[in-house]
Design a protein around this ligand. Structure first.
Ligand SMILES: NC(=O)c1ccc[n+]([C@@H]2O[C@H](COP(=O)([O-])OP(=O)(O)OC[C@H]3O[C@@H](n4cnc5c(N)ncnc54)[C@H](OP(=O)(O)O)[C@@H]3O)[C@@H](O)[C@H]2O)c1
Length: 294
């Protein structure tokens, strides 16, 4: 019998071990070490933690990685020339520009300056376009983590109705595009803040993806009996019993939905850890040249 809780943490460990083993082979047989460059601009504390964790994951996987930390008021020209340096650097197979950027910088222009063949975050318009027309591309890591969990848990997707709540470019839209592909064959509904009667829509989902950014928003009357839930949300809620004064919770009211759903990802320990694992896998694929020819 399948476990009701989809344990993203242990699946991510499995993937990271696979990446590490394949990295050793790539180094031994081809003399290639996957290389990832991180760029961070400004002092956003969450961004600094994310980049530190991703750097540590690279080290554990046997990757080469480099982090460039620029000041909050970095000039656009300086950032663009750093990206160009990494675009040309043969040791670098992936470039990750940590978002959000300081407000004076044009996010779209910066992302577009990354060579799409090194865009392991999958945010470049070429990759977004290739994803929507079903071509090979780098897929954003969080959506990729969700479909990887579907595969590893052997959850049937063909002909299933998937409802995605949220239409961001990093989660909602790419996960919808992925599930629509012939690899998954879902019937997909995408909803957002202007969707009337959210409950009516979400309660038709066999597979529900919640990427809203609102703590405990989805209650049991929003879901169908036996559905599979992927909770992408990462929300801080006050908790006086916690040492930090807060705890992290998802977009889904886990306690309320647990009995009624078929399977569910917890927060933390579900979708979150998969994101870093898929970043490593995208970078390895880039180094191998299996997504785009190098
Ligand atoms: N686990 C991970 O690795 C990971 C990765 C990325 C993000 N996240 C988390 O996932 C959540 C979503 O992230 P995001 O970047 O996609 O956020 P976002 O850019 O803020 O998008 C949120 C989406 O939710 C929609 N929405 C808001 N209120 C709604 C409502 N009441 N009913 C239906 N839809 C509603 C918004 O609709 P409109 O478009 O109409 O505004 C928007 O499309 C956040 O908590 C974020 O921290 C987690």
């Amino acid at each position: 019998m399948q476990n009701k809780i989809i344990d993203g943490k242990s699946i991510s460990v499995e993937i990271r071990n696979e990446v590490k083993a394949q990295t050793e082979i790539l180094k031994r047989e081809k003399g290639i070490t996957p290389g990832l460059a991180f760029i961070i601009a400004g002092d956003n504390p969450a961004s600094k933690v994310y980049v530190r964790n991703k750097g540590k994951a690279c080290e554990e996987a046997g990757f080469y990685s480099v982090t460039e930390h620029l000041s909050e008021n970095v000039a656009e020209k300086e950032l663009l020339s750093l990206i160009e340096k990494f675009n040309k650097d043969d040791k670098i197979h992936g470039i990750l520009m940590q978002l959000p950027l300081p407000v004076h910088l044009d996010t779209r222009k910066i992302i577009e300056s990354i060579n799409f063949k090194k865009d392991v975050d999958g945010f470049h318009p070429v990759n977004a376009g290739n994803l929507s027309i079903g071509e090979k591309c780098f897929v954003p890591c969080t959506p990729l983590g969700i479909v990887e969990m579907l595969k590893r848990e052997k959850i049937e997707t063909s002909g299933k109705h998937s409802v995605v709540i949220g239409r961001s470019n990093i989660v909602g839209k790419p996960v919808a595009a992925l599930l629509l592909r012939k690899d998954y064959n879902c019937t997909v509904t995408v909803s957002h803040s202007k969707t009337p009667d959210m409950k009516l829509i979400s309660s038709q989902a066999d597979i529900l993806i919640a990427a809203i950014g609102k703590a405990n928003y989805i209650k049991k009357d929003y879901i169908k009996e036996g559905c599979v839930i992927f909770d992408v949300g990462i929300n801080r809620v006050e908790d006086s019993s916690a040492k930090s004064g807060y705890r992290i919770t998802g977009d889904v009211d886990y306690e309320d939905c647990f009995e009624k759903c078929g399977m569910i990802t917890p927060v933390p320990g579900g979708v979150g850890p998969m994101t870093i694992a898929m970043l490593l896998r995208n970078t390895l694929d880039s180094a191998k040249g299996v997504v785009y020819e190098r």
